[in-house]
Design a binder for this molecule. Structure first.
Ligand code: NAP
Length: 290
């Protein structure tokens, strides 16, 4: 078994980005700029936001963090997003999810200018991505593709099983792996909570690549995986003892895999790296650099 190491891959991608930024700044341009909106005091969100800001520093980007209280009204957030949309000094904006229940998440996502939507969640970007057009691709799914590419894992003509159909992970990765992208052209099965257990087992046991994003520790067990499979664990789950684990029984499944992502240090790192790629693209679009 070999590790698909998100730390190594992300560091390499961020280093490439940083070199490009150094060149742009040397030519007289300002630095790329990411704005992060954080609502409330959700501990995992605090930690994700911290790593995004830190990665901005490594990439040579400017960033700012706008904090709002848990009780902020949807209208206030929408007004702030409108200001950011109109601000030429910001290339990309992310609203850290989840949002408090009284705020309609889709209203907020839809309010972001698609040209600044570096998370790739706006319907315009999701639609463009689905159609194979130039788009900001949803960061976790894009990060997974970049990781597979970095380790030269063959995807074309392979059988992939994606478990979980959320709009932010499962659905986009299933589309990207099946589309005619640079990392794609696989035959993809998308499983979800209504997939009968026997069907799920049939599919995962034949799969060359399994991507799991359900949020259930130990969901993928050794008996569900064929010898030599590639396993991508998107899950991030905090156990009662404080340990961070994915959706895969890593200890036992890893013995059967050819490649597997660790948690932490796998897909999470790649999500942040993909955000940096998307922010650079937004900046390059702004300055007609591509
Ligand atoms: P989500 O919105 O809760 O979606 C979970 C998906 O799993 C849903 O589609 C659900 O089906 C499906 N599901 C739940 N139980 C299932 C079961 N027993 N069998 C088959 N499918 C089942 O979660 P998410 O936002 O996609 O996140 C999933 C996990 O990834 C979480 O642990 C999250 O923390 C993590 N995550 C990690 C990153 C990263 O950067 N590494 C980024 C985002 C999320 P239904 O649609 O029918 O409900």
């Amino acid at each position: 078994m070999k590790l698909l190491d998100g730390k190594i891959c992300a560091a390499s991608l961020v280093s490439e980005i940083s070199k490009k930024v150094t060149g742009y700044v040397a030519s007289g341009l300002r630095k790329p700029h990411m704005t992060v909106i954080l609502v409330g005091e959700h501990a995992p969100s605090e930690s994700y936001v911290k790593s995004k800001i830190k990665s901005c520093e490594s990439a040579g980007f400017e960033s700012d963090l706008l904090r709002f209280s848990e009780n902020v009204m949807e209208a206030e957030l929408l007004a702030r997003i409108a200001e950011i949309n109109a601000d030429p000094a910001t290339d990309g904006v992310i609203v850290q999810l989840p949002l408090p229940k009284h705020i309609n998440q889709q209203h907020i996502i839809n309010a972001i200018d698609p040209e600044k939507d570096i998370d790739g969640f706006h319907p315009t970007n999701f639609g463009r991505m689905t159609l194979g057009q130039k788009a900001f691709r949803p960061a976790t799914a894009y990060g997974i593709c970049k990781l597979l590419q970095f380790y030269e894992i063959p995807v074309k003509a392979k059988h992939c099983v994606v478990i979980g159909r959320s709009n932010i992970v499962g659905k986009p990765i299933s589309i990207m792996l099946s589309n005619d992208f640079e990392i794609g052209n696989a035959t993809v099965t998308l499983a979800h909570i209504e997939t009968p257990r026997e069907l799920l087992l049939d599919e995962t046991r034949r799969a060359d690549i399994i991507v799991v994003a359900v949020g259930i520790p130990g969901f993928i067990t050794e008996d569900m995986v064929k010898e030599g499979a590639v396993v991508i664990d998107v899950g991030i789950n905090r156990l009662e003892n404080g340990k961070l684990v994915g959706d895969v029984d890593f200890e036992n499944v890893s013995k059967k895999c050819s490649w597997i992502t660790p948690v932490p240090g796998g897909v999470g790192r790649m999500t942040v790296a993909a955000l940096m790629i998307n922010t650079l693209m937004a900046y390059q679009n702004n300055f007609d650099l591509i």
